[in-house]
Write a protein that binds this ligand. Sequence first.
Ligand code: DAH
Length: 341
Amino acid sequence: MNMREKLQELAENAEKLIENSDNPEKLKEVRVAFLGKKGELTAILKSMKDVAPEDRPKVGQMVNDARVQIEKMIDESQKGLEKKIREEKLKKEVIDVTLPARKAVVGHRHPNTIALEEVERIFVGMGYEVVEGPEVEYADYNFTKLNIPEDHPARDEQDTFFINESILLRSQTSPVQARTMEEGKLPIRMIAPGRVFRSDEVDATHSPSFHQIEGLVIDKHITFADLKGTLQEFAERLFGPETKTKFRPHHFPFTEPSAEMDVSCFKCGGKGCRFCKGSGWIEILGCGMVHPNVLTMCGIDPEEYTGFAFGVGLERIALLKYEIDDMRLLYENDTRFLKQF
Ligand code: DAH
């Protein structure tokens, strides 16, 4: 085989290998195999010393032509491969702007929040202020200033989370009454919503943490008639204008007299149904005239001022209004449940 044929064959081999290189790495291997320092073409160049001196320019020219030819083939193939890779990448990254958009999941107000805002709207509309008190409270405010005696069962560790002897997690929002009265700004018309704590087991109607809304009115000449009229108005605005109320005598240490208020069942209108357990009435809140002892302990003269108070469970209102039959649903934060309200 003469040099021309040898080079011819080399170029043909290179061409075949280049054609079969379907990625840049393989192509690089081909480049090294033919044009690299230890490549085949370099080997031929090294064998030039065996060529007769008068033939060397010609042979040298041939080798050079072969090198240029192989380089050109590799460069072209390289460009082709790069183009293909770019096109594939673009194809993968293509955005179809006609596709329907994915719906963003947006947050939603919790039933407790919706119910609270409704209660707040009603009382703010009647001129009440919304105030807050601490969740970690002194036993003094949670019990003593509310006329709850030392030996009262509500102080029992079984009911209340004590932090130490004198500090606890408030078991009711009523201590905010005492705090507001102590500030000494009279008259008072306030509601105090917030979280309360009791060491109860979790079930459909109990939770160790729930919410109450406290109400307090202190002024001259406040009577039980004011209490009844206010809470009747509240019930009508919350449950509808047909709503009737009924006050049953009850006992709370911080009010005298005390009562529990029932509303006529807004589901059956009072005829009796599954919702009101056949009675036609639903218990809603506790209330009463602020006990003179409480007024005195909080620095208000009971001869000059009187007042009424009430306490309502927020979860109870949310459960009733939205016909939810298990309190636990309010705490699980399952968005499939929450987004229904
Ligand atoms: N604090 C009472 C409770 O947790 C509810 C209550 C009843 C509050 C009567 C009051 C009230 O202000 O007058 O059961």
